[in-house]
Design a protein around this ligand. Structure first.
Ligand code: SF4
Length: 237
């Protein structure tokens, strides 16, 4: 697929005239398949900036995408609370990258950890339950920095591991990435990594590599929600 075609297909996804019900049916895995099919195996692999939230979510995505791309993993997650959790996740990610057999080169860069960036981005949305507007602002914060870094390092594409989670909204993630891709002039790689058993495979790989799997998304609010759910379950008859 040419660059022009790719940008057009990205625009089509975010066309404001497109009805929501049609948008919800977009198969991002199929779009990714088309891009991969268009790659020339005789040429060096394109460079992908892959935003990563944690090692478990990255495991399947790296196993899959390193077959086709040279990957720079970008760990940028100012949303994570508390700091010990943030540091533990990036350590696990580094360990995974050093142990996972991959076809093409993988490097890791870490973004700035300033939780204030997150609290500013979600101001006024704190009480919205997981999966709503607070999360969309959180996706945007992390994807915007990823698009900037992708542009700065001259990457061909950028994307995020986030869509592997059944709790994440793939439509929103792809819409935001497409929009930012146009702003920063770098191609957004379509993704819905939970398709084709991606999430299940990430659980298997996490077991195989003994990866730490957190039981909440990452921010203070999601940890609080999980705690309340746990307490409610304990009280249930
Ligand atoms: S629940 Fe997850 S995606 Fe939503 S705001 Fe918190 S860390 Fe971000």
């Amino acid at each position: 697929m040419s660059e022009d075609q790719n940008v057009k297909s990205c625009r089509k996804t975010t066309d404001s005239g497109e009805k929501m019900e049609n948008a919800a049916k977009i198969n991002y895995q199929k779009k990714l398949d088309e891009i991969i099919k268009g790659l020339d195996p005789e040429l060096p692999p394109p460079v992908l900036l892959l935003h990563s939230c944690c090692a478990p979510c990255s495991s399947y995505v790296l196993e899959y995408l390193t077959q086709y791309f040279s990957i720079t993993v970008f760990y940028y997650n100012p949303n994570i609370f508390p700091p010990e959790e943030y540091h533990h996740r990036v350590e696990e990610l580094g360990r995974l990258i050093s142990e996972l057999p991959v076809k093409n080169k993988v490097t890791l860069i870490e973004g700035n950890y300033d939780p204030e960036e997150f609290y500013r981005a979600v101001k006024g949305l704190e009480k919205i339950p997981e999966g709503g507007e607070r999360c969309f602002a959180c996706y945007r914060l992390r994807l915007e920095k990823s698009a900037q870094i992708a542009r700065d390092i001259g990457a061909d594409y950028f994307t995020s591991t986030l869509s592997i989670s059944p709790y994440k909204n793939a439509l929103k993630l792809n819409e935001i990435a497409c929009e930012l891709g146009e702003v920063y002039d770098v191609r957004a790689l379509p993704s819905d990594f939970k398709k084709r058993g991606g999430y299940k495979r990430s659980v298997e790989l996490s077991q195989e590599y003994g990866l730490y799997r957190q039981d909440y998304c990452g921010c203070f609010f999601s940890r609080q929600e999980r705690e309340m759910q746990r307490q409610a379950a304990e009280k249930a008859p």
